[in-house]
Design a protein around this ligand. Structure first.
Ligand SMILES: [Zn+2]
Length: 380
């Protein structure tokens, strides 16, 4: 049960609404990454209500390892567990299996690997990933895929993508079965497929065409921002997105900077996620419309201004750069928390500006102006 409605198009940029059982998502949207069912930096579910978060993203692999998806299921699913009633997207665990876990062996049935916490052996394939995500009961589940290493040979990529397609068919079948079981918490769980192919454009295009025929709820472009240049990434979006269904949501996984998002929207992307705002915030790097600034810089020692003038976030409404800088220096947890709140507020409201620009049929001007400002450098 999903309803995707394009409200307005401006060039290739889409302004749409996605209706789910957990509420309506206004796109383009930036999902806030809460790896282990919490956003790092001491951010509570209550905080998310105040900074304009629409979708929370949790990681299947992390929750499977700790506390265990069976525990989450017994607690009534992720929504009830973390007390968040809006949409949640869970990734498939694939990315972490391929990037975090030690000693892995990829086979047709799935991947054998060791937990990064205690080294115990785990097996995850398409069916296991769907079962875990069904236990977590997220709004949107992601298909289990291989994010091939970058760079890799053409031969490796072809074989990997073909297997990812076979895995996708198994995910779809298993999700359908799980959604029909009487004790499934969210029988309306949606499934997004993932396009792969690295920077091989013909493999990307063929794969996009193939998975488009599978009538999934949405489509992601994965395996980007893994070491290729921004230009290569934009080019892959230019050639790939037109081969994904326009009447379904598109999701650019793990991307990225404010400029990457503005460019992605211009290429027809609806959903984004990235750890940058939370991770950078924890390291005193804060975003403004004029670029990023490093609050640990000595020049902010006596600066009475908020991080960004006019920002309505909980940090800027109340505290000065000087105070937050002091907290960070003193390793007070509040410093980190305020920076993460500011950054997520900034990203969530960047998306609001983007949506308004598309609605006003003014995306090209907005993009030019916003990208130019971002290069000014926030260190004022
Ligand atoms: Zn702020």
């Amino acid at each position: 049960m999903m309803d995707y409605k394009i409200i307005k198009k401006c060039g290739r940029a889409k302004r749409a609404e996605v209706k789910t059982v957990h509420g309506t998502i206004q796109t383009p949207v930036f999902m806030n990454v809460g790896t282990a069912a919490a956003i790092k930096g001491g951010i509570s579910t209550e905080d998310l209500q105040g900074i304009g978060t629409q979708v929370e993203l949790s990681n299947t692999y992390h929750l499977h390892v700790r506390p265990g998806d069976e525990v989450v299921k017994k607690m009534g699913g992720l929504h009830k567990f973390m007390v968040w009633d809006k949409p949640i997207l869970t990734d498939s665990g694939g990315f972490q299996v391929f990037s975090l876990a030690g000693l892995r062996k990829i086979k047709e049935e799935g991947v054998h690997f060791q937990s990064h916490i205690d080294g115990h052996k785990i097996f995850m394939g398409p069916e296991e990933s769907m079962q875990i995500q069904s236990n977590l009961a997220s709004t949107i589940a992601m298909a289990f895929d291989e994010c091939a290493p970058h760079p890799c040979t053409r031969d490796y990529m072809e074989k990997s993508v073909a297997r990812t397609t076979r895995w996708l068919a198994r995910c779809q079948k298993e999700m359908k079965r799980l959604n029909s079981l009487p004790d499934t918490i969210n029988p309306n769980q949606l499934l997004f497929g993932i396009n792969q192919g690295g920077t091989f454009e013909d493999i990307r295009i063929e794969h996009a065409k193939e998975i488009s025929e599978m009538n999934l709820d949405g489509y992601a472009v994965g395996g980007l921002a893994v070491g290729e240049s921004h230009e290569e990434m934009y080019h892959i979006l230019d050639v790939t997105v037109p081969h994904l269904p326009e009447n379904k949501p598109t999701y650019l996984m793990g991307v990225g900077t404010p400029a990457n998002i503005i460019e992605g929207v211009d290429r027809g992307i609806d959903f984004f996620d990235c750890v940058y705002p939370s991770r950078n915030g924890r390291h005193a790097h804060v975003y403004t419309h004029y670029g990023k600034m490093n609050l640990s810089n000595a020049k902010y020692e006596l600066d009475e201004r908020p991080i960004e003038e006019g920002c309505g976030c909980p940090a800027c409404r109340t505290y000065s750069r000087a105070y937050i800088r002091h907290l960070l220096k003193a390793k007070e947890m509040l410093g980190m928390r305020l920076c993460v709140l500011h950054n997520l507020y900034y990203y969530n409201h960047l998306m609001e500006d983007i949506r308004h620009a598309i609605e006003n049929d003014d995306y090209a001007n907005y993009k030019k102006d916003a990208l130019e400002k971002l290069t000014w450098g926030g260190e004022n």
